[in-house]
Design a protein around this ligand. Structure first.
Ligand code: NAD
Length: 435
C-alpha cells in the first residue's frame, strides 16, 4: 500500500473521496500563491485580491419527479469565479462527491485556463451531487432539465455558459438547453447558453474529441522539444471516459502503445499494448473497463502507477498523484488530462525527480477552445466544420505551448508556473485597462 501524504490524500474509492475534495481549493490556492511569488511577475494589486475568491457561489436544491413516481430533492452548484475577460465558462459535473470547494477550485482553474488561451471567457464550474449511474436515462433527462431551470436566472449565452464535464455529455447539454429555454422567456431557442451539445442541437462536430486532441498536441510539442520520436513509445492512462478515450485513439494514430489503463472499476495492464478501439467499444457498452479482460490479469492501482512507461496521463479525478505516488512513478512526463490531478507535495517530488508535468491549465484546454468556437457559431447562426475547428485548435494549442515553454525555460520555472504567469499577467493588464 502506498503511504498517505495525509489521511485524505490517497484514493480508496468512496471512503476518502469526500475528504480528498476538501483539499482541492487548498491546492489551487497554493498554486496561486506560488505564482504570485514568482520573481518579476508584477501584478496589479487589486486583481490579486479579486481573484482570491469567486464572485458568486450558487447552491440550488431542486425537486425532480422520478420514473418510479417519487419526488427527490437534488443539490446543484454553480460557482462563477471571474468574468473580467468575458462570460463565466466551465463544465457541469454529475458525481456523488460534487462539493462547493471542488466547484470553487475548478471555476478558478477555468479563469486561469481561458486567460492562458486568450479566450474571451471567465471561469465557472458546477455540478449536481449524485451518482448518475444510479439513474435511468429518463430520470437523467428530468434531472438535467430541472437543474437548468433552477439555474436559469444565473446563466445565459452572455452571462455564464456551462459545458460537459465528468459524468455529463452532449445529450445532457441538449436537455439542459431545452430546460433553460422553456423558462427563459426567449422568443427563439438560445443555443449558445451551453456548449458541448450534439450536432442536432447546434453543437460543434469536433467538441467531444477536442480535449483529447489538445492533450495529444501538447505531447507532440513536448516530444519535439525533447527530440523524442513518439512512435513505439508507451503510456498509461487513468480514466477512459470522454477525455481518456479520445486521447487514446489519437495517440494510437501516432504509434504510441497503451500498456496500462484504469477507471473506477479496475486497473488492467498489457505490456504488448491494448487495442484502444476495442477498449472504447467495451466502455461504450458497459460504461466501465471491468470485464474487458479476465479478473486474473487485473493489477492494483499501486502497480498501475509503478508501471515503467514514457508518459502518464491522469484523465479521471483530481488529487490522484499524491506525494507517495509521485515517488514511484516511472515515466518521463505527466500530462494532466484531468483538472488538479497532482497534489502540491507531489508536484515538488516530480520536480525533484526531473519528471516534467504538462499542467491541466494547458494540457486539457482544448475543450474550452472548441467550446468557444461552438458558442461563436451559435451567436452568429453559423457552423464551423471539422477541418476549420481542428486547425484553429491546433494553432492555438501550439502557440500557447510555445509561449509557456519559452517562459518556463527562460526563467527556470515549471510549465505550470509559466502558465499561471501568462494567464495572471493577461488578467492583470485587462483589469488595469478597464479601470
Ligand atoms: P467522464 O465522466 O467522461 O470520464 C471519467 C473517467 O474517470 C471514467 O473513465 C471513470 O470511470 C473514471 N473515474 C471516475 N472515478 C474514478 C476513480 N475513483 N478512479 C479511477 N478512475 C475513475 O469525464 P471526462 O469528461 O473524461 O473528464 C475527466 C477529467 O477531465 C475530469 O477531471 C474533468 O474535469 C477533466 N476535463 C474534462 C473536459 C471535457 O471536455 N470533458 C475538459 C477539460 C478537463
Amino acid at each position: 500500500m502506498l503511504s498517505n501524504d495525509t489521511a485524505s490524500d490517497e484514493n480508496t474509492e468512496n471512503t476518502t473521496e469526500l475528504a480528498r475534495h476538501q483539499n482541492l481549493y487548498e491546492l489551487i490556492n497554493s498554486q496561486y500563491q506560488e505564482a504570485l511569488n514568482l520573481d518579476g511577475i508584477e501584478l496589479d494589486a487589486e486583481i490579486k485580491t479579486i481573484l482570491s475568491q469567486p464572485k458568486n457561489e450558487i447552491i440550488v436544491n431542486f425537486p425532480v419527479k422520478l420514473e418510479d413516481g417519487t419526488t427527490k430533492l437534488f443539490k446543484g452548484y454553480r460557482v462563477q469565479h471571474n468574468n473580467l475577460l468575458g462570460p463565466f465558462k466551465g463544465g457541469i459535473r454529475f458525481h456523488q462527491c460534487v462539493y462547493l470547494d471542488e466547484c470553487k477550485a475548478l471555476a478558478f482553474w477555468m479563469t486561469i485556463k481561458c486567460s492562458l488561451q486568450n479566450i474571451p471567457f471567465g471561469g465557472g464550474k458546477g455540478g449536481i451531487k449524485f451518482n448518475p449511474r444510479d439513474y435511468s436515462r429518463e430520470d437523467l433527462k428530468h434531472i438535467s432539465k430541472e437543474f437548468a431551470k433552477a439555474l436559469y436566472r444565473y446563466i445565459g449565452s452572455d452571462i455564464d455558459i456551462p459545458a460537459p464535464d465528468m459524468g455529463t455529455d452532449s445529450q445532457i447539454m441538449d436537455w439542459m438547453v431545452y430546460g433553460y429555454n422553456s423558462v427563459s422567456g426567449n422568443t427563439s431557442t438560445d443555443f449558445g447558453v451551453f456548449t458541448g451539445k450534439s450536432l442536432s442541437c447546434e453543437g460543434n462536430v469536433a467538441r467531444s474529441s477536442a480535449t483529447g486532441k489538445g492533450i495529444v498536441i501538447c505531447i507532440q510539442e513536448w516530444a519535439k522539444r525533447n527530440n523524442i520520436d513518439l512512435h513505439g513509445k508507451t503510456y498509461i492512462l487513468q480514466g477512459f471516459g470522454n477525455v481518456g478515450s479520445h486521447t487514446a485513439m489519437l495517440l494510437h494514430t501516432l504509434g504510441l502503445s497503451l500498456i496500462g489503463v484504469g477507471d473506477h472499476t479496475c486497473y488492467i495492464s498489457n505490456p504488448e499494448g491494448f487495442n484502444v478501439f476495442k477498449l472504447s467499444n467495451h466502455t461504450k457498452k458497459h460504461k466501465c473497463l471491468k470485464g474487458y479482460v479476465s479478473e486474473e490479469v487485473e493489477i492494483t492501482r499501486e502497480e498501475f502507477f509503478r508501471t515503467e512507461c514514457d508518459i502518464i496521463i491522469p484523465a479521471a479525478l483530481e488529487m490522484q498523484i499524491t506525494r507517495s505516488v509521485a515517488r514511484v512513478l516511472n515515466c518521463k512526463v505527466v500530462v494532466e488530462g484531468a483538472n488538479g490531478p497532482t497534489s502540491s507535495k507531489a508536484d515538488a517530488v516530480l520536480k525533484e525527480r526531473n519528471i516534467e508535468v504538462i499542467p491541466d491549465i494547458l494540457a486539457n484546454s482544448g475543450g474550452v477552445i472548441v467550446s468557444y468556437l461552438e458558442w461563436l457559431a451559435n451567436k452568429q447562426h453559423t457552423t464551423f466544420d471539422e477541418e476549420y475547428t481542428n486547425s484553429w485548435l491546433e494553432k492555438r494549442m501550439v502557440d500557447t505551448y510555445n509561449q509557456v515553454n519559452d517562459l518556463s525555460k527562460d526563467n527556470n520555472i515549471t510549465l505550470r508556473m509559466a502558465g499561471y504567469w501568462l494567464a495572471l499577467r493577461r488578467l492583470s493588464e485587462h483589469h488595469q485597462r478597464i479601470n
